[in-house]
Ligand binder design. Structure first.
Ligand code: BG6
Length: 488
């Protein structure tokens, strides 16, 4: 039957991540995470802000652990959701959120990652958050790991390249599945798992300097995450057979720059490199093309006999993804202008698309294509876990923030989700990114804002932390109230 509307049960909401939002990094026993060591420095040129996101050095990590360091580490403070969570959730409820995508700080529960027993104070914090959400009938959608593994596992064990980390992750996962089995139904195992390719430090706890053959390290770490994800899915079902577990990838629609057959082949290969991760997690096995891909990269995985079985037996229930932009691919990029702000894959500037202030190529129709491609490929329910516009907002007198550019970006993307629903795609939720302003993952800025709710805080953490509704707040409230029927 032709579906022409968003389903009644559609999960509208917003998304955040603990490391960018919570703060409270030195209270109630929390340990340091890999994200807590990134600095923000006003004196470094804007173009260089995201460098550390791509590659972290030993020296930077050590300096960050020195208590006398005077540098500013924004993710240790976030926007102090740890103290403000009731007020923030009340605002989400006022917008009518049906769900809230959030992540757990692994380091709040296992501060170093290798402890035998969890930190009760950390578990209690999330009890309070889930209870608060439940009070308003907001369904939590929870990522276990969103760029915040314990720093200790990176420095002492070498991160995910070490097989022991699987056990620590599964202990963490099992602890929270048991504890929150009556409070959380939707889980995601790893945020943007395919980004291990682009930023192995924050995704895998792998410091590139240690690995002359970095491709080998990335895929070995990813293999361990696949095994860990499957074991976690098994543990989740044992705690609550009704719970749903999803994978989460960064989906950047890739299109050939031209109809040159070389561009088309280059696009197919790049897309496979990215979808390889969800292929394994959604289908439960390594696809055939992996053999050639690994041979060409000179990657030889070290596996255990039981790995294949566990990955096959416990694929994910649903596929979720972030979608911000699309990118053109050329077999001859040296002749063309690059999409400069495109942090994830590089890529070529698409002359048909506008860009955000950070150079991300805005392509709403690409979201419809993405949904169709993923559904054709997996035939599993889809969830749009992130989408949004990072912009410099202006707070005007009288607490006014006219963010029409954000409304327009979101409206154009939501329209395309509806088109995909009419196409027959099974998509059950949408959580726009950064429903409340928080620290940028890649640049560590506060001024790269995505929210419906403004937070009075600057790039160096100065400000009152006051929460202020933007124009988009009322707009999104109406979108949810009309179940996506009124978008203007
Ligand atoms: C996604 C991440 O890649 O993009 C988020 O899952 C991140 O953590 C979001 O915040 C937007 O990126 P940025 O760098 O603008 O914060």
């Amino acid at each position: 039957m032709l579906q022409t509307k968003f389903p009644e049960s559609f999960l509208w909401g917003g998304a955040t991540a603990a490391n960018q939002l919570e703060g409270g990094s030195n209270v109630d026993g929390k340990g340091l995470s890999v994200s807590d060591v990134y600095i923000f420095d006003e004196n470094i040129s804007k173009e260089r802000w995201a460098d550390q996101w791509h590659m972290m050095t030993h020296r930077q990590v050590e300096e960050a652990q020195d208590p006398s360091s005077e540098k500013y580490y924004p993710k240790r403070n976030g926007i102090e959701f740890y103290r403000h969570y009731k007020e923030d959730i009340a605002l989400f409820a006022e917008m009518g959120f049906k769900c809230y995508r959030m992540s757990l700080a692994w380091t709040r529960i296992f501060p170093n990652g290798d402890e035998l027993e969890p930190n009760e104070a950390g578990l209690e914090f999330y009890d309070r958050v889930f209870d608060e959400l439940n009070k308003y009938g907001i369904e939590p959608v929870v990522s276990l790991s969103h760029y915040e593994m314990p720093l200790h596992l990176a420095t002492e064990y070498g991160g995910w390249i070490n097989r022991k980390v699987i056990d620590y992750y599964v202990r963490f996962a099992t602890t929270v599945f048991k504890r929150y089995k009556d409070k959380v139904k939707y889980w995601m195992t790893f945020n943007e798992i395919n980004c291990v390719k682009h930023h192995p430090y924050v995704s895998l706890g792998v410091i590139e300097e240690n690995h002359p053959h970095i491709e080998q390290a990335k895929y070995q770490g990813a293999h361990h995450q696949f095994v860990a994800s499957a074991l976690a899915t098994k543990a989740c079902k044992e705690s609550n057979p009704e719970a749903k577990v999803g994978c989460m990838i960064s989906y950047q629609l890739l299109v050939p720059y031209s109809c040159d057959p070389d561009d088309i082949q280059a696009t197919v290969e790049k897309q496979r490199e990215s979808l390889f991760f969800s292929d394994v997690q959604a289908r439960g096995y390594y696809p055939n093309y992996t053999a050639r891909m690994f041979a060409e990269k000179n990657v030889v995985l070290k596996t255990e006999p039981e790995d294949e079985k566990i990955i096959r037996e416990f694929p994910v229930d649903f596929v979720s993804f972030s979608y911000y932009m699309s990118s053109a691919v050329s077999a001859h990029p040296e002749k063309l202008e690059g999409a400069v702000g495109n942090l994830i894959t590089g890529g070529i500037k698409n002359p048909y698309l506008p860009t955000s202030d950070w150079g991300w190529q805005i392509d709403p129709k690409g979201l419809r294509t993405a949904l169709n491609q993923l559904y054709d490929r997996y035939q599993k329910p889809l969830f749009v876990a992130e989408n949004g516009l990072g912009a410099m907002d202006v707070l005007e007198e009288g607490d006014i923030i006219e963010d029409d550019y954000r409304i327009s970006y979101l409206r154009d993307h939501i329209k395309q989700i509806k088109e995909a629903i009419i196409d027959g795609v099974d998509v059950f939720g949408y959580t726009s990114w950064g429903c409340i302003d928080m620290i940028s993952a890649s640049t560590n800025q506060m001024s790269k804002r995505y929210g419906y709710i403004y937070v009075d805080q600057d790039d160096m953490g100065r400000g009152t932390k006051r929460r202020i509704k933007k124009k988009s707040f009322e707009w999104y409230k109406n979108v949810i109230a009309t179940n996506g029927e009124q978008l203007d």
